[in-house]
Structure formats: structure tokens, C-alpha cells
Design a protein around this ligand. Structure first.
Ligand code: RIB
Ligand code: CA
Length: 307
């Protein structure tokens, strides 16, 4: 029985590979793809999501959502994802987005769900927060919420904050406090499975499907991370999806997680209490260890299952 999910994203190079993993995995039933501004503006993330879904041939509706955070100004990350959000890789245009707003679609799908649905957030959490905050009753139909967000150490957007958390800290706080099980894929778990030149070469040698080729071209455009030693690029969003597809790849730890909502230099920092020092009850399950070889084997297999 496949797991029904709603995938909220901001494509985004790593979002692209996460979308391919989700749509190439029969363990998941992607009910909807919802899109926010994030890595680049919504004017780019939306057509990117449509093109990526279109490339897979999956009949999954795509919904446009928030183009800015709940509070504060919109910030992008074009240095990593390029001005177009896909590293300059041009894909055939996808279909047309649905008329319904992403937050409305999330509420409607949850309201009418016949079984609990997993919410997956791999961009700023604005759309998910808008849906949950404006109709709390739908929480009853949320099985779990899986987020790529936060870090227990150094940030990647600022010294203190991970990009998705910094992009909309209030939205992340709303989701962390919603009372449903939250699973966090932080910067640290992705750092254990860097995509290197040899991984890319192995992917290219593994097949020649259009989605595999696009994944390699897109990932090949991503600069290696100086913060992570310059030997590879982290696959932040695919790690979050891999938790749902193959949870046996992971070791986890319950933890209390709070977000710094202040205006200062630590805004958007996630305070992950891995050792229970605050005495606060755990409100999240943090992905702590990953089987990197198994993760790449999964990606290779699932990219090749796509057209
Ligand atoms: O910090 C990494 C996260 O921010 C990823 O989701 C990436 O796509 C960006 O959205
Ligand atoms: Ca993302």
C-alpha cells in the first residue's frame, strides 16, 4: 500500500532530484505538488515544478502557493541553484498549474482524505503553515510531517540558520508546534552523503533515460560546498524523501526543536536539543545517521525507473 503524500517544494536543484525520487518510487502516492518561492522566486519555482513533473510523465497536479514568507522579506539562493533555479538546465515546458492556491489545496486534500496523509516540506514551510494554521481540524488527517529544515550546528544561509528555516522561521515554528509527528532532515544528515563527481559519473553510466539525464545535468551544475570541504554537494531534499521511501537507511533521535524568531543574527536558527538538556518534550524526530551507499543505490535505482 503506497503512502499518500503532498510534496511542497521550491525547485531548486536538490528539489528536482527529490521530485524524481518521489515520482519514481511506488512506495509513495504523490497526491499533489505544491510550490513556494524559495531558492528562486515563485515565477521560476512554479514552471520548474511543472517541467519536472511533466518530464516524469506523472499525472500529478501542481499548485502555486506563497511567493514570500509570512513575515519579513523574500530571499533567494541563486548562487547554488542559478537564476532559473535549475542550474541553467532547460527542460521541456510542463503543463499548467491548477487554479487553486497551494494552501487551499493542502486543506482540501486533508479535509477529504480517506486515510492519513504525509506532508513533505522541502522548501520554506509557508504553504504548510498557512494550511495548518487556518484550518487546525485537518491535523487529524496528517500522518506525519517530513521537513528538510534546520541544523543542530552551523547554518548554510547564515552562520546560524539553514536556508529553509531562515526563509520563513515563523512558518517553521507553526509546523513544529502543530502537535503532529515531525521528522527533520537537517543539514547534518545530508552532509553524510555528499554527491561527488564519481557519484555523478556512476549515475550517467547507469542509464540514459530523460529524467536520469536531467538529474545528472541539474546536479552537475551545483557547486561543491566549501562549508563541507569542497568535495561534493549535499542532496538535502532527496534525503528527506528517502526517509519515506526507505526508512531503514536511517538512525533517528527524538529531540525538542525550537526556532529563533528574533530579528538578530541568529534569526532562523533551529535549537535542536539532542541531549535533552532543556527538559522540553521532544516535538520532532531528527534524522541522525544515513547509510550513504544505500542512499545512492536507491537514487540510482529510482532515477532509472523513470522515463
Ligand atoms: O538548506 C537547503 C534547503 O534550502 C534545500 O531545501 C534547498 O533546496 C533550499 O530550499
Ligand atoms: Ca528545497
Amino acid at each position: 500500500m503506497s503512502l499518500p503524500i503532498i510534496l511542497d517544494c521550491d525547485p531548486g536543484t536538490d528539489d528536482a532530484l527529490a521530485l524524481f525520487l518521489a515520482l519514481g518510487s511506488p512506495e509513495l502516492n504523490v497526491l499533489a505538488v505544491t510550490v513556494a518561492g524559495g531558492n528562486v522566486g515563485l515565477d521560476r519555482t512554479l514552471p520548474n515544478a511543472l517541467a519536472l513533473v511533466g518530464l516524469t510523465g506523472a499525472a500529478v497536479p501542481v499548485f502555486a502557493g506563497a511567493d514570500r514568507p509570512l513575515l519579513g522579506a523574500f530571499t533567494s539562493e541563486t548562487a547554488v541553484h542559478g537564476n532559473d533555479g535549475l542550474g541553467g538546465v532547460v527542460l521541456p515546458p510542463g503543463g499548467v498549474a491548477e487554479a487553486e492556491h497551494a494552501a487551499d489545496a493542502i486543506r482540501r486534500i486533508l479535509r477529504t482524505a480517506t486515510q492519513p496523509v504525509v506532508l513533505v516540506g522541502i522548501g520554506p514551510a509557508t504553504n504548510i503553515a498557512l494550511a495548518l494554521a487556518t484550518e487546525p481540524a485537518i491535523l487529524a488527517n496528517v500522518a506525519q510531517i517530513v521537513l528538510m529544515a534546520g541544523a543542530w550546528g552551523e547554518g548554510n544561509a547564515t552562520p546560524a540558520a539553514e536556508f529553509n528555516a531562515l526563509s520563513d522561521p515563523e512558518a517553521l515554528a507553526i509546523v513544529l508546534r502543530c502537535g503532529r509527528p515531525v521528522v527533520l532532515a537537517t543539514l547534518e544528515i545530508a552532509a553524510q552523503a555528499l554527491c561527488t563527481a564519481s557519484h555523478l559519473a556512476a549515475w550517467r553510466a547507469s542509464g540514459n533515460g530523460r529524467c536520469l539525464t536531467a538529474a545528472c545535468d541539474i546536479q552537475g551544475s551545483v557547486p561543491f560546498s566549501r562549508r563541507l570541504g569542497g568535495t561534493g554537494a549535499a542532496l538535502y531534499d532527496p534525503v528527506a524523501l528517502a526517509w519515506l521511501v526507505q526508512p531503514s537507511l536511517f538512525e533517528t533521535r527524538p529531540a525538542s526543536v525550537e526556532v529563533d524568531l528574533g530579528p538578530g543574527p541568529s534569526r532562523g536558527r533551529t535549537i535542536v536539543d539532542r541531549w535533552g538538556r532543556t527538559g522540553a518534550p521532544a516535538n520532532a524526530t531528527v534524522l541522525e545517521r544515513i547509510d550513504a551507499a544505500g542512499f545512492f543505490a536507491l537514487l540510482t535505482e529510482r532515477f532509472n525507473w523513470l522515463p
